[in-house]
Design a protein around this ligand. Structure first.
Ligand code: GLC
Length: 558
């Protein structure tokens, strides 16, 4: 099928995600900041990406490291101020890099002025900015459980009411049904767009509309009630209000985070045409190839599950909507530990890069992914810092899990694995800071760091650069359609792309064992141009080859 949707600049971007606290510390206080970012803009540009997504830079008490915002119109003093932000924006633009901001609209911090005022009295004009409700007898208003911290309701004695927090206690949910709240949201969007930012990543945006009456949810220990606020009744209406009243007036783009999203449901929000609300969506389905619902419930990695998820999104969106592509971000452990191999870190890192970046969509690359950073092994629970880790400790304890076992699980499952400081060099502080780092630095920084990778032409870093350049030079990688081969293989992921008479064949092995690969019907490898591979020896026998550990090859047929 030929695509009915047109070309567009946001489809051709590759985006680099910065989690600012751990990216680069410019002032030696151990915390990443905008001075640090400024000093790395040339590095970012050198990756052949075209945009930066900043995880929240706003003022925040950091109960959820920036995802609890206390002032939407200011930069956290940890990171700098508006002046330096404008400088970063300007310098990024000078280099042809777009900048998108993370926008957290489902909740604020409990230290936000709106919330403080909402708590003053029931008559306060801000009271209805949040979900304040009477309890039911001695119980909270309903049985919802927070995704992060026990029950979803917190009692306030003075008001004799509870407020809703779907995430941590310090993240009260905004009542988007209140038109004044939507007005505030639009004001915030305008503020940043007028400053020159190029769009937004909208945090858990599919949670912003709660079902009327807040009915009880299906009893689950974590996240109970989510069926009443995921893709809620007014979601489409509110998103389209933001779009028509604000976003349409700017040349910007949006990507919404959407837990438990399927391609069928996503089309309602991202199908191109008059009803489109968002340009892109982050779904989680491929991230469940080795887990169930959350990274904390581990399952053996299943390549079939991974392929099924990617293929469904590729096929169902093709010609109708646009995919976002990612394998890492600040919410998941590092990907090589999960879908690749630590033994073949570089080879499997390259294969994973090809596997997702050669699909149709806008690729996102998370800081450190490009040098193959890996998970940490902390042997002291007290060194962990994340609200999810703390909460899961309580849950696992109740289930009788020992501290030793919990540590083992945490080492594998916590998103903190992705939040260790960026490894720039083998110098003390990993080149991230000259001070005392705010969080544990992975001791493998001595081997795995940007400086070392720069010197090695075969490094993962230089492979990412080549891959992203090749993507730009070959519109087939961006706009071609997608078809899968070897569907039932548990070790190979093979797909083809087609565009304007050209064909691309992508072969990825997910095992260290040799596998006999034979080109699918109609492909003659000898006639193809090898665009990329992760081994030097790229011989062909009988129109195929025996794969080396985690081998990948990309052939173009013109
Ligand atoms: C999103 C963010 C995550 C945050 C949560 C609550 O999932 O990516 O980091 O903790 O929303 O805001």
């Amino acid at each position: 099928m030929e695509s009915k949707v047109g070309r567009n600049w946001y489809k051709e971007l590759a985006v680099y995600q910065i989690w600012p606290r751990s990216f680069c510390d410019g002032n030696g206080d151990g915390i990443g900041d905008l001075e640090g970012v400024l000093s790395k803009l040339d590095y970012i540009k050198s990756l052949n990406v075209d945009a930066i997504w900043f995880s929240p830079l706003y003022c925040s008490p950091n109960a959820d490291y920036g995802y609890d915002i206390s002032d939407y119109r200011n930069i956290s003093p940890d990171y700098g101020d508006i002046k330096i932000f404008k400088k970063v924006l300007d310098e990024a633009h000078k280099r042809g890099l777009k900048v998108i901001m993370d926008l957290v609209l489902n909740h604020t911090s409990d230290e936000h002025d709106w919330f403080k005022k909402s708590m003053e009295s029931k008559e306060s004009p801000y009271h209805d900015y949040y979900f304040w409700r009477k309890g039911k007898g001695k119980n909270p208003p309903n049985n919802w459980k927070s995704c992060f911290e026990g029950g979803a309701w917190e009692y306030n004695e003075k008001l004799d009411e509870y407020y809703l927090h779907v995430f941590a206690k310090k993240q009260p949910d905004l009542n988007m049904d209140n038109p004044k709240v939507r007005q505030e949201v639009k004001g915030i969007m305008k503020y940043w767009l007028d400053m020159g930012v190029d769009g937004f990543r909208e945090d858990v945006i599919t949670y912003i509309s709660k079902r009327e009456g807040l009915p009880n949810g299906f009893p689950l220990p974590v996240g109970c009630g989510m069926e009443h606020y995921t893709n809620g009744p007014h979601l489409h209406e509110y998103l389209s209000e933001f779009k028509h009243d604000v976003l349409d007036n700017y040349d910007c783009f949006t990507v919404g985070e959407a837990p438990r999203m399927t391609p069928e449901k996503a089309l309602k929000f991202i199908e191109e045409g008059p009803n489109q609300d968002l340009n892109l969506m982050f779904h989680f389905q491929h991230m469940e190839a080795d887990s169930f619902m959350t990274d904390w419930i581990h399952m053996p990695f299943s390549l079939k599950k991974l392929k099924k998820a990617f293929t469904a999104w590729q096929k169902k969106l093709y010609g109708r909507a646009w995919n976002s592509l990612y394998i890492e971000n600040h919410d998941h452990p590092r990907i090589i530990d999960r879908f690749g191999s630590l033994k073949y870190r570089v080879a499997s890192g390259k294969m994973l890069a090809v596997m997702y970046i050669c699909q149709s969509g806008t690729p996102f690359i998370y800081q450190g992914q490009e040098i193959g950073m890996t998970n940490i092994k902390i042997n002291d629970l007290n060194k962990y810092k994340d609200v999810i880790t703390f909460n899961n400790y309580k849950i696992f304890k109740k289930l009788g899990v020992s501290d030793k076992k919990f540590l083992e699980i945490t080492n594998r499952a916590t998103r903190e694995n992705a939040r260790t400081p960026m490894q720039w060099s083998d110098k003390p502080g990993a080149g991230f800071t000259t001070g005392e780092p705010w969080f544990y630095i992975n001791p493998n920084y001595k081997q795995i760091n940007v400086e070392a990778a720069e010197k090695d032409p075969d490094s993962l870093l230089n492979f990412y650069r080549r891959l992203l350049k090749i993507r730009k030079e070959n519109p087939i990688i961006i706009y071609g359609n997608y078809d899968e081969h070897y569907k039932n293989s548990t070790s190979l992921y093979v797909y083809e792309r087609n565009y304007e008479g050209k064909r691309l064949l992508v072969v990825c092995s997910f095992t260290e064992k040799p596998v006999n690969f034979k080109a699918p019907q109609g492909f003659y490898l000898g006639e193809g141009k090898l665009l990329l591979s992760n081994y030097k020896d790229v011989g062909i026998t009988n129109n195929g080859f025996v794969t080396k550990p985690y081998e990948t090859r990309v052939y173009l047929f013109e």
